[in-house]
Design a protein around this ligand. Structure first.
Ligand code: LLP
Length: 424
C-alpha cells in the first residue's frame, strides 16, 4: 500500500494530535498517548441503533475498552454493556450502567459470581449445562429483572482468524447446536430459562457467518418454544463480531448492511416478538481511537532503519506476537503533530520492551523520522489498551478524548509509583 494513501487516512488523527499538543493536553512527559474521537464513538452507537429495531439492547463489549470514562459516554447515550468477568461487570456498574442493561457472559463463572449476578439483576448467559445445574440451586423465583439464557455454538464454521473464531465444530464456548435434543430438554426442565445467546467470532468473519448463526439460533428458538408449549424464548442475544478494516484500501461491512442482511434472513429479530441484544466491541471502538508515540531513537545499520518508540508489545500484544494477522496502519508526524512528507524508506518501528519480537512494523514505507517525531498508530481503539501487558512494567500512557474540538483526560498517564504499587 502506498504511504500517501495511508497518510490521507491518518490526516484526521494528525490534526487531533496537533491540536492536543498545541493546547498542552499532551505535555513533554507524555511519550505516548491514546486518543479517542468521542463524537465518532457517538456516531457508531447511533449507526448501531439505526440498523436494528428500537429497543434493541446494544450491550457493548467491555473487554474491547474497559475504561468507565469511555463506557459511561455510551451508557449515557443508551448503550448497555457486556461483561466477560466479574470485574468487568463492576466496571459496567462504575460506568453508570443499570444492571438491567448489563449482560454477563463468562465461561468460568463461580457459584459466588452467579449468586452476585442474580442478586444484582443482570442478564446472565450460562455457558454450559453444568452452569445451568448450578443455577438450579440458586434460582428460586423469577423475581428480578435478571434473565437467564444459554450460550449455543451455532457451529457455522470458522472465519479467517482461528484464534478469534468460536463457531467451529468445536469451541470452548457454549453448548454446540448438534446437542439439540439436550438443549431443548434443558429448556423444558427450566421455566426460568428464557434467553438464547451466541457469538460467532471477532474479526475475520464474513457477514454470512453471523446471519447463518442467527438463523440457526432462531430455528432453535422455534423448536424450544414448541417443546415448551408456548413462547418461552423472550430474548435472543446475537453477540458481537462485526469486523473492521485495519488497512487502507480494505473495506469493512457497514452496520447498515449487517442489519439489512439480518432483516432479510432473520425477520423475527425485527418483528417486535423478541428482545434483541447485541455485543459489539471492536466495531464500536477500533476506528475511534488512535495511539501516538514519540520517536525516542533512530538507529541505522546497513539495510535497516529502526525507529524506537514508546509503545510495542505492551499495548499491541497481538500485533507484535502474531504480526501477520494483526496489522495497524502507521504514519509519521513531526514534533508538532503535522504529517511528515518527503523521502520514504523502509522503516522498522520497534517498541520499548526487552523482547526481540517487539516490532509494530518491519520494513514499512515511511517518511524518514528523527527523535522527537511521532509515529501514529491507527485503529487502536479496541483490544489494545484493554490487553495491556505489564511485562517490563512500563507506564500506561495517558488517554484523551476529544469532542467538538475540546480535549478531556479520560485517564492520566500512570505514575511510576502506580506501577510499583501494582506489583506489591
Ligand atoms: N461477545 C462475546 C461473547 C465475545 O466473546 C466477544 C469477543 C464479543 C462479544 C465482542 O466481539 P467484537 O464485536 O469485539 O468482535 N483478544 C482478541 C479479541 C478477542 C475477542 C473475544 N471476544 C484480540 O486480540 O483482538
Amino acid at each position: 500500500m502506498e504511504y500517501s494513501a495511508v497518510a490521507r487516512r491518518a490526516a484526521p488523527a494528525s490534526r487531533i494530535l496537533a491540536a492536543a499538543l498545541a493546547c498542552k493536553a499532551l505535555d513533554e512527559d507524555d511519550t505516548a498517548a491514546l486518543i479517542y474521537d468521542l463524537d465518532g464513538l457517538d456516531a457508531r452507537l447511533e449507526a448501531a441503533r439505526a440498523a436494528f429495531v428500537p429497543g434493541t439492547l446494544h450491550a457493548v463489549a467491555v473487554k474491547a475498552m474497559p475504561m468507565p470514562a469511555v463506557l459511561s459516554r455510551l451508557v449515557a447515550r443508551g448503550a448497555g454493556l457486556e461483561a466477560a468477568s466479574l470485574p468487568e461487570l463492576h466496571l459496567a456498574l462504575a460506568a453508570g450502567c443499570e444492571p438491567s442493561r448489563i449482560v454477563f457472559d463468562s465461561p468460568a463463572k463461580t457459584v459466588p459470581e452467579l449468586r452476585q449476578a442474580l442478586s444484582l439483576g443482570v442478564h446472565l448467559n450460562a455457558d454450559n449445562f453444568q452452569e445451568l445445574a448450578r443455577l438450579d440451586a440458586l434460582v428460586d423465583a423469577p423475581s428480578s429483572a435478571a434473565t437467564i439464557g444459554l450460550r449455543v455454538n451455532p457451529q457455522v464454521g470458522l472465519g479467517q482468524i482461528a484464534d478469534t473464531s468460536v463457531a467451529g465444530e468445536f469451541s470452548k464456548f457454549g453448548e454446540p447446536v448438534e446437542k439439540r435434543r439436550e438443549i431443548i430438554e434443558a429448556y423444558v426442565a427450566r421455566p426460568w430459562l428464557t434467553g438464547l445467546h451466541m457469538h460467532v467470532g471477532s474479526q475475520g468473519c464474513p457477514l454470512a457467518l453471523f446471519t447463518r448463526g442467527a438463523r440457526i439460533l432462531l430455528d432453535l428458538r422455534r423448536d424450544i418454544d414448541a417443546a415448551c408449549g408456548g413462547a418461552r424464548i423472550t430474548r435472543v442475544d446475537i453477540g458481537g463480531g462485526l469486523p473492521v478494516s485495519y488497512r487502507e484500501g480494505e473495506s469493512e461491512p457497514t452496520m447498515r448492511e449487517y442489519g439489512a442482511a439480518l432483516a432479510r434472513d432473520c425477520p423475527e429479530l425485527f418483528d417486535g416478538s423478541l428482545a434483541v441484544f447485541t455485543e459489539f466491541g471492536r466495531w464500536m471502538f477500533a476506528g475511534q481511537g488512535f495511539a501516538a508515540s514519540r520517536v525516542e531513537y533512530v538507529k541505522e545499520q546497513p539495510g535497516h532503519r529502526t525507529a524506537v518508540i514508546h509503545l510495542g508489545a505492551d499495548m499491541f500484544l497481538r500485533t507484535c506476537y502474531v504480526p501477520g494477522t494483526w496489522h495497524h496502519d502507521l504514519a509519521a508526524a513531526g514534533p508538532d503533530g503535522a504529517l511528515k512528507a518527503g523521502a520514504e524508506n523502509p522503516w522498522h518501528v520497534a517498541g520499548p520492551l526487552c523482547f526481540s519480537g517487539d516490532f509494530l512494523a518491519r520494513s514499512r514505507p515511511l517518511p524518514d523520522v528523527a527523535p522527537g517525531d511521532f509515529i501514529l498508530i491507527l485503529d487502536a481503539g479496541a483490544y489494545t489498551f484493554a490487553m495491556w501487558s505489564r511485562y517490563n512494567s512500563r507506564q500506561m500512557p495517558k488517554v484523551l478524548g476529544v469532542s467538538g474540538g475540546r480535549f478531556v483526560t479520560l485517564k492520566e498517564r500512570e505514575r511510576v509509583e502506580d506501577v510499583v504499587a501494582f506489583w506489591r
